[in-house]
Ligand binder design. Structure first.
Ligand code: 5GP
Length: 191
């Protein structure tokens, strides 16, 4: 998606440790016009899929998922990060290792909001090592629901997540794939 790549080139900041900061337009301050174009593009890419729910993970996926959901006309469910899982049988749960915070979270979705009748589109801001997506796909599998596809705004193609997810035969669409970045010059190279 050219508009997104231009924005990353202009306003993205390359940090040490392979972190790309896009907090001026995507995941802290949010440019709603850009998010609207992102939502429209996800709809174009998954237009033939019978999506009933969009699933994302708090916090940064929520805004993107909500705007995309308006094009699909379906609810958004976001997986919640918790300190402790109450094993009372009312939630699906899994563990996710956070790339940015170097922490393991318990992540839950209520059984009320995801079930075997659902066809799920998973949406998130970044794909790095694939831990977040592995956790989300596990939650969908626990619910017995179908994964129609995965929409990612920025995939860091030099990390393993993309290969891991595509290797499972899942349809993954990333709007921008970064193949390299240089913290010294600030340069971002797209696929
Ligand atoms: P993964 O689980 O694929 O390793 O990482 C995905 C999650 O980590 C995303 O939900 C995102 O919040 C965060 N993340 C990974 N890489 C980056 C990055 O370069 N920049 C930012 N801002 N977040 C990232």
């Amino acid at each position: 998606m050219e508009l997104l790549k231009e924005r990353i080139r202009r306003d993205g900041i390359v940090k040490e440790g392979n972190v790309l900061k896009v907090d001026s337009f995507l995941n802290h301050q949010m440019d709603i016009e850009l998010l609207n174009e992102i939502g429209r593009e996800f709809k174009r890419l998954f237009s033939h899929c019978p999506v009933t729910k969009i699933l994302t993970i708090e916090a940064s996926g929520i805004g993107i998922a909500c705007i995309a959901a308006q094009y699909f006309g379906v609810p958004v469910v976001f997986a919640k990060k918790t300190q402790s899982v109450n094993i009372d049988g009312e939630v699906y749960s899994t563990k996710i290792q956070s790339f940015t915070h170097k922490k393991v979270y318990d992540v839950i979705v209520s059984k009320k909001f995801l079930g075997p009748e659902d066809h799920v589109l998973i949406i998130d801001d970044f794909l790095a090592n694939g831990c977040a997506l592995e956790g989300l796909t596990e939650l969908v599998a626990s619910a017995g629901a179908v994964i129609e596809g995965i929409g990612i705004v920025i995939e860091k193609g030099f990390q393993q997540g993309g290969d891991l997810i595509r290797g499972k035969g899942l349809r993954l669409e990333s709007l921008a794939i970064v193949d390299g970045m240089d913290a010294a010059t600030g340069e971002v190279i797209f696929r």
